[in-house]
Unconditional design. Structure first.
Length: 436
């Protein structure tokens, strides 16, 4: 099948590449010329494990192409995916200007019956808005389908190729059949394609992300209680996670969630609730708790240095909002950098994949290091913001020599209290006893 994907970012590039891998001919369209040129020349624009190899294969075999020209890109496509940004607007609602602009542009250039798919995360009612925008100028029949994306950055290819489920919102039988054909190779193991109406599909995505953000945040609140009560959040996590009604995942306490999805999606759902005069109390709390959680270790760092961080150097391990991605959108590390530098500290950082993105964002506000140990070298304390595997079993002897003080502030609870005690580190983590 010939398909088109409009927007070639994290979701669009994965969608396009994976559908090319299952034998479709895919044209990816983006307004960012630099991105398109790079992709045309075989240079991948994001770090996502496993993506590069299938990107290169499909580009070479002619199933994957890139263009900045919407009309050229959609030529012959039976299905057009919209994988466009939906950033928060000033009031917290999802800004639909990118999605609706492309919908406006599509109307006059559709030549045959086409299915237009909202893959972006969009508020309830967007499929109807997209439909109306296209219908204003379209001369042919078309359907607008809501097909929210659930991939996780860092494991996006796996998530896309083997989804737990595919959610498709449409009332059109014709669109349903086309979508079923396209997705069939991805659900061979029997994972379901769940069909529903457009509004329910749109809300499903927000409900899923908000639930997960709530689950993390709930555990972070338990961690905060553990610190006050002298309990251990790791033990509590194991105790509750083994209850199959609760499940083991998304229960790790830390310095909060970030990324391009949870913060904006929780905010957008809260705004949607407000718009229909519903007081979604839980979501407001989730946002407030997470806001504090992100920089939870800063007062503890200050306390360690007797309230004065001026002239101190902090080594920061991890910049991306989670491991296995170079995505730094809403990364807790960035909030910590701001607070540390505002308090007069110097920050040296190391991240396996995200340093270029941070460099582009904040320039020389901090120093970027070659590896974890040169980062720690001469620093007065170590702060861990992202649980990259490379940080999990460091050479602690080397680290002890590199750091001026044997002190670790661990925002991701990477080490056991016993090992820190044995190694003689001062170790301050989340929801656990302080090791002195
Ligand atoms: P992104 O910013 O990485 O990519 C969006 C792309 O759209 C950019 O390359 C941009 O240049 C392009 N674009 C903007 N206007 C355009 C236009 N008029 N024509 C063509 N291209 C245009 O965003 P993303 O992370 O891929 O997210 C896209 C959507 O998917 C969002 O709604 C997001 O909430 C949702 N989503 C994201 C993830 C994720 O993990 N990133 C997961 C699930 C859902």
């Amino acid at each position: 099948m010939k398909i088109a994907v409009v927007g070639t970012g994290y979701v669009g590039l994965v969608t396009g590449t994976c559908f090319a891998e299952t034998g479709n001919t895919v044209s990816c369209i983006d307004i960012d010329e630099r991105k398109v040129n790079s992709l045309k020349n075989g240079k991948i624009t994001i770090y996502e494990p496993g993506l590069e190899v299938i990107f290169e294969r499909n580009l070479k075999q002619g199933r994957l192409s890139f263009t900045t020209d919407l009309k050229e890109g959609i030529e012959g496509a039976k299905i057009i995916f919209l994988a466009l940004p939906t950033p928060p607007g000033e009031d917290g609602s999802a800004d639909l200007k990118y999605v609706l602009k492309v919908a406006d542009d599509l109307g006059p250039i559709l030549k045959d019956y086409t299915v237009i798919v909202d893959k972006s995360t969009v508020p309830v009612g967007t499929a109807e808005k997209v439909h109306n925008a296209i219908a204003a100028n379209a001369k042919v029949d078309f359907d607008v389908v809501s097909n929210p994306e659930f991939l996780r950055e860092g494991v996006a290819v796996d998530d896309f190729m083997k989804p737990d489920r595919v959610v498709i919102g449409t009332k059109s039988e014709k669109a349903k059949k086309l979508m079923e054909t396209l997705y069939a190779p991805l659900v061979r193991q029997g994972n379901p394609i769940i069909f529903m109406d457009e509004k329910s599909a749109e809300l499903t995505k927000y409900a899923a992300n908000s639930f997960l953000a709530t689950k993390i945040t709930f555990m972070n609140e338990i961690a905060n209680m553990c610190e006050l009560l002298g309990a251990d959040v790791d033990a509590v996590r194991k105790g509750v996670g083994t209850d199959t009604r609760i499940g083991k995942r998304f229960l790790f306490a830390g310095i909060g969630y970030g990324g391009s999805c949870f913060p904006k999606d929780v905010q957008a759902l809260a705004k949607s609730a407000e718009d229909v005069n519903y007081d979604f109390t839980i979501l407001k709390s989730v946002m407030a708790v997470n806001e504090n959680q992100k920089t939870k270790l800063i007062p503890k760092i200050k306390e360690y240095f007797n309230g004065d961080l001026s002239g101190k150097t902090i080594a920061l391990w991890g910049l991306s909002f989670k491991p296995y991605t170079d995505d730094i959108r809403e990364a807790p590390a960035l909030y910590n950098i701001d607070m540390l530098t505002e308090a007069g500290a110097t920050v040296k950082a190391y991240d396996p994949e995200a340093m270029d993105n941070v460099k582009n964002l904040i320039g020389d506000k901090i120093t970027f290091c070659e590896d974890a140990y040169s980062c720690a070298d001469g620093a007065d304390a170590l702060l861990i913001a992202t649980e990259w595997p490379v940080f999990r079993t460091p050479d602690f002897e080397k680290l002890s020599v590199s750091l001026n003080n044997k002190v670790i502030f661990d925002g991701r609870n990477l080490y056991t209290l016993d090992e820190m005690k044995d190694l003689g580190f001062t170790y301050i983590s989340i929801g656990r006893q302080i090791i002195n």
